[in-house]
Write a protein that binds this ligand. Structure first.
Ligand SMILES: *Cc1c(COP(=O)(O)O)cnc(C)c1O
Length: 404
């Protein structure tokens, strides 16, 4: 049986999927890249943990993304031999730097871990006494300047070093805030449009005052160009999540940028102990998984993938629109989670169900489907789905709305 027919057969075996929505949108290529399914033991079933179709996106609470078989193979391979941990990190760091055309790189424990070790590297340099001193920053540069609109929860990763944050709004305020204790300037790419200082100006301010700049790009692939763009723009350090758009291990990430800071950041990580990042260990399995995921991501046809997402979103949108009183909006967030996305809205006096109840019914149905949104809309993306699941989602969305 061809893999395409296998997928279709599996789909038609699912309840509530009747092939009602017309011809399959699966391309042979899309099927080839589906994840490797676990064999034999069904752990989630055994544990009574329900799996679901992810129509939401890359959420930590939903365990992020699914790994391609090249990635799980790399992880399995890594689990079978001993190597020297530092040597492996050194070599993979070089390889990633080459792939992403930057000075140096390391695999971190998520984007969050990248932020902590990156700042720790900036603060302590190669001085191992200082490394051992953190999170006590007495006598060390310990202030990080951020734009107020960028200071959302993720800045806690910076506080983990013992540093403190200094909020500013304008370039003028930023320059005034710089003093002998200023360690770093930190930028949140997702909130680019909410701050007054843009990326180029931010980098220029860092250079003017000789202070390193760091940009958090955790959720900023796609587009693939972002993996190259910000180191080339002049940011000293750049962080990406490994387990979002790149679909590597969910607890891995990438720290890219200047060699001197990344080598210093590594001094805080295992195998060294008595450091703040001893608990942010990235062992061989995840190092190899991250490398494999990055290679697969760079090699893929991004245009084709984008078209697939657009078609999937349109299919779900059309299905929702077939219910009277329902409106949809297709949009692409400009920064972070930059993928075709759908908002489904309705007048609750016409379609008599709240948005919360709609999400709950999708979650409680068969198969379970996770969506996002607030009081005004149900939000859907398809980039974290496996090909074919969009038809199940389209069908269920229509059913729940039509039966409201
Ligand atoms: C997801 C995210 C993080 C955390 O990334 P992890 O890879 O889960 O550690 C940090 N910053 C932003 C903006 C994010 O979206």
């Amino acid at each position: 049986m061809s893999s395409r027919r296998k997928v279709l057969k599996t789909l038609s075996a699912l309840p509530l999927v009747g092939g009602i929505l017309g011809p399959s949108m699966l391309t042979a290529k899309a099927v080839e890249t589906t994840i490797a399914k676990p064999i034999a033991r069904d752990f989630f079933k055994e544990l009574g943990v329900r799996t679901f179709i992810n129509a939401a996106g890359t959420y930590t609470s939903m365990t992020g993304s699914l790994m391609r078989k090249e990635v799980t193979e790399a992880i399995n391979y890594g689990a079978t031999e001993y190597v020297n941990l530092d040597e492996l990190h050194d070599k993979v760091g070089e390889r990633i730097a080459q792939l992403l055309e930057c000075e140096y790189a390391t695999v971190s424990s998520g984007a969050f871990g990248a932020m902590t070790i990156g700042l720790a590297g900036v603060i302590c340099g190669m001085d191992t006494e200082k490394v051992a001193q953190l999170p006590d920053t007495t006598g060390l540069k310990n202030e990080v300047i951020v734009q107020e609109a960028h200071d959302i929860g993720y800045t806690h990763a910076l506080l983990n070093t013992g540093a403190k944050l200094v909020q500013v709004k304008t370039a003028k305020e930023l320059e005034k805030a710089i003093n002998k204790n200023t360690a770093m300037l930190w930028f949140l790419n997702a909130n680019t449009d909410m701050g007054e200082i843009d990326r180029e100006a931010f980098v220029a301010l860092g250079k003017k005052h000789g202070i390193p700049t760091f940009i958090d790009c955790a959720a900023d692939v796609p587009p693939v160009d972002n993996l190259f763009k910000f180191t080339k723009m002049g940011f000293d350090l750049v962080a990406f999540s490994g387990g979002k758009g790149i679909r590597g291990p969910q607890s891995a990430g990438l720290l890219l940028g200047k060699r001197k800071y990344i080598e210093a950041a590594r001094l805080h990580t295992p195998p060294r102990g008595t450091t703040i990042a001893r608990g942010m260990k990235v062992n061989k399995e995840e190092v190899l998984g991250m490398l494999a995921a990055l290679e697969v991501y760079l090699a893929k046809d991004h245009k084709e993938e984008w078209e697939l997402w657009e078609n999937q979103i349109k299919l779900i949108s059309d299905s929702a629109l077939s219910v009277k009183g329902v409106e949809t909006e297709i949009h692409v967030p400009p920064h972070a989670n930059h993928v075709p996305s759908l908002r489904i809205k309705w007048d609750e006096s016409v379609v008599k169900i709240t948005k919360d109840e709609m999400r709950k019914r999708l979650r409680d149905g068969h198969p379970s489907i996770e969506t996002v949104g607030g009081k005004e809309e149900v939000g859907i993306t398809t980039w974290m789905m496996e090909p074919g699941q969009e038809r199940t989602v389209a069908q269920r969305v229509k059913e729940v709305l039509a039966n409201a």
